[in-house]
Design a protein around this ligand. Structure first.
Ligand SMILES: Cc1cc2nc3c(=O)[nH]c(=O)nc-3n(C[C@H](O)[C@H](O)[C@H](O)COP(=O)(O)OP(=O)(O)OC[C@H]3O[C@@H](n4cnc5c(N)ncnc54)[C@H](O)[C@@H]3O)c2cc1C
Length: 577
């Protein structure tokens, strides 16, 4: 079946819905395709808040927010992106409020704000209240609010449509192919402009805060087609995953006064970040937790985790401001945060790298910022590069609305002057072949087993601390897994709701993004932000103050090009807190 829309957005999370909304406001005919029902998108799981220098609780300035973002990103952040972001996110939060988002309030009626890791006042002197929040359900509220607005603007939704191909011909984006889960039918979409907002890929790791569906689909599809992925080596582990499951406990818990303690009861972050302690950026806190465990100060019978202590906080703060995480802890561990500290360990959380874009979301294909006409990306799938080597908490939700909006507006304006491309049934061919190959395979490999091996090996060889030796080992593991993936077989040969087939497709994407990550990590011989090489422990600005662009050559072979970091107001300095 064929469809036609001026702007088609892939993904109905915060980035996709924002892009769709603003494209529709520009007067374009807009559709959103999503493999999930929109309000099940992972933005709905975001807890702690959206950062903006509103200054409602105390003095704050967009320049301070920009500085924190650049320093938090270990100076790999493009400073033009950080400036646009820190300015425009203020307007964006107020606009969300006007759309009806039920933010928590201060007694004077203004939007309440809380502290978060790495957000400071006066250029790093002390933590600042910057995160606007709706209890610890901020993402849920953002998603519901944006979805209502999209419905109001008559945007067409294709729900449970799994995009399997982006049609790129003569260097131009022409359309999409999607697999309809309910029927097993392949659909062809003609578009003048396409916005990719398909989220992250935390499922490459065993312990993760990410949903099962975060498998890097569109990153992998473009990478297979010869487009680059930027800065994939920078993957963030969030310090407070509920041990041993990895379910997230928001940094807002430490923002409200929570403290991390080791087996000796010590507030160990005092040693690693004397100024802002438990509110240091995530890369630093995660490494500190690993070091405490390694040096024998871990908790529990296996001495393999630390504790998040909230017991000194007033019960009403925990119950009212952190209701969801309190429930998670009670339900999954039987631990009541009011009465005892909660076991935690870092959990794979956020991809700083992704599809490279300009400040207007246009996808670029090389170090000269050559754009792919008609192709846009925003949100966690994209890399603008706002977050550099390490994202600050609350800056992703801001990224979605600031750069989602820009991508939507630009895509709609581009579409106004563009023509449709004639697509034919033949464009369904590659997707049909891939699906039929999996369905008809007589191979012996199973999806769940291969995925488990991938996730465990990525955890062992390419997580918080890395070495050349472990990464080289993982290069070989991935080659072998990719080989075995060719012999993957499934039992369900049906058409309707064939989730086994979808999982097999997703495993292919997970392998591709893992390949880009591991090769990029092996290639970068320095430590910066979330990329910590024990064999190269120092940051090396002379050789590595640059973005990686990773291009797939063939399975197991990756080529690199480099893009300069956009510097500006803030000279790279040693990063201490
Ligand atoms: C537990 C948790 C808590 C967080 N808390 C915060 C926070 O407090 N503050 C903050 O700033 N950030 C937070 N983050 C990070 C932030 O929530 C995410 O980075 C952000 O929501 C990603 O939004 P997105 O729109 O890019 O993607 P998502 O919301 O993940 O949406 C992706 C969309 O793409 C669609 N899709 C994917 N593949 C396909 C395909 N093949 N075909 C069709 N559709 C597809 C999906 O259906 C979905 O609609 C948190 C993250 C997690 C996991």
């Amino acid at each position: 079946m064929a469809h036609r829309h001026e702007v088609i957005v892939v993904g109905a999370g915060g980035a996709g819905l924002t892009a769709a909304l603003y494209a529709a406001r520009e007067g374009a005919d807009v559709a959103v395709g999503s493999k999930l029902y929109p309000t099940r998108s992972h933005t709905g799981a975001a807890q702690g808040g959206i950062g903006a220098a509103l200054g409602n609780v105390e003095e704050d300035h967009w320049e301070w927010h920009m500085f924190d973002t650049v320093k938090g990103g270990d100076y790999l952040t493009d400073q033009d992106a950080a400036e646009v972001f820190a300015k425009e996110v203020i307007e964006a939060v107020i606009e969300l409020e006007h759309m009806g988002l039920p933010f928590d309030r201060l007694p004077n009626g203004k939007i309440a704000q809380r502290r978060f890791g790495g957000h400071t006042k006066d250029w790093g002197k002390a933590p600042v209240h910057r995160a606007a929040h709706a209890a610890d359900r901020t993402g849920h509220m953002i998603l519901q609010t944006l979805y209502q607005q999209c419905v109001k603007h008559n945007i067409t939704f294709y729900n449970e449509f799994h995009v399997t191909d982006v049609i790129l011909e003569d260097g131009v984006a022409k359309g999409l192919v999607a697999y309809e889960l309910a029927t097993g039918e392949l659909h062809l979409f003609e578009a003048k402009a396409i916005v990719i907002a398909s989220g992250g890929f935390g499922r490459i790791y065993k312990i993760t805060s990410n949903a099962y569906t975060l498998t890097g689909d569109l990153q992998a599809i473009l990478y297979r087609k010869g487009l680059p992925l930027e800065d994939m080596e920078f993957y963030q582990f969030h310090p407070t995953g509920l041990y041993p499951l990895g379910i997230l406990l928001t940094e807002g818990a430490r923002g409200e006064g929570g403290i991390l303690r080791n087996a000796l009861g010590e507030r160990f972050m005092e040693r690693y970040a004397p100024t802002i302690k438990d509110l240091a950026p995530r890369d630093m806190v995660s490494r500190a937790m690993y070091l405490e465990v390694r040096e024998g100060r871990g908790c529990g019978p296996k001495k393999d985790h630390v504790l998040l202590d909230l017991t000194h906080l007033p019960p009403e703060v925990i119950e009212k401001k952190l209701p969801d995480i309190t429930e998670f802890s009670r339900i999954y561990l039987g631990v009541d945060p009011l009465k005892e500290p909660v076991p935690v360990m870092p959990t794979a959380h956020y991809a700083m790298g992704g599809i490279p874009t300009t400040l207007w979301g246009q996808v670029i294909q090389d170090e000269n910022n050559t754009v792919v006409p008609g192709l846009y990306a925003a949100g966690e799938a994209a890399c603008v590069s706002l977050h550099g080597a390490n994202r600050l908490g609350t800056n992703s939700l801001g990224d979605l609305v600031v750069f989602g909006r820009r991508a939507g507006i630009h895509a709609a304006r581009f579409a106004k002057d563009a023509d449709y491309h004639e697509l034919t049934e033949a464009h369904l061919g590659p997707s049909r072949e891939r699906i039929e190959r999996i369905k008809n395979s007589k191979g012996k490999e199973r999806v769940a087993a291969l995925r488990a091996e991938l996730q465990q090996s990525m955890m062992d060889n390419a997580s918080v601390f890395r070495t050349g030796e472990l990464l080289s080992k993982q290069v070989e593991v991935l080659k072998e897994l990719m080989d075995r993936y060719k012999n993957i077989a499934i039992d369900d040969k049906g058409e309707a709701y064939n989730t086994e087939l979808v999982e097999a497709l997703e495993l292919g994407y997970l392998l591709e993004v893992s390949e880009a990550l591991v090769h990029s990590a092996l290639n970068r011989t320095e430590s910066r932000g979330a990329h910590a090489r024990e064999d190269y422990p120092e940051r090396d600005d002379r050789n590595w103050l640059k973005h990686t662009l990773a291009y797939k050559v063939e399975d197991g072979k990756v080529a690199f090009r480099y893009k300069p970091v956009v510097l500006g107001r803030f000279e790279p300095k040693a990063r201490t807190y």
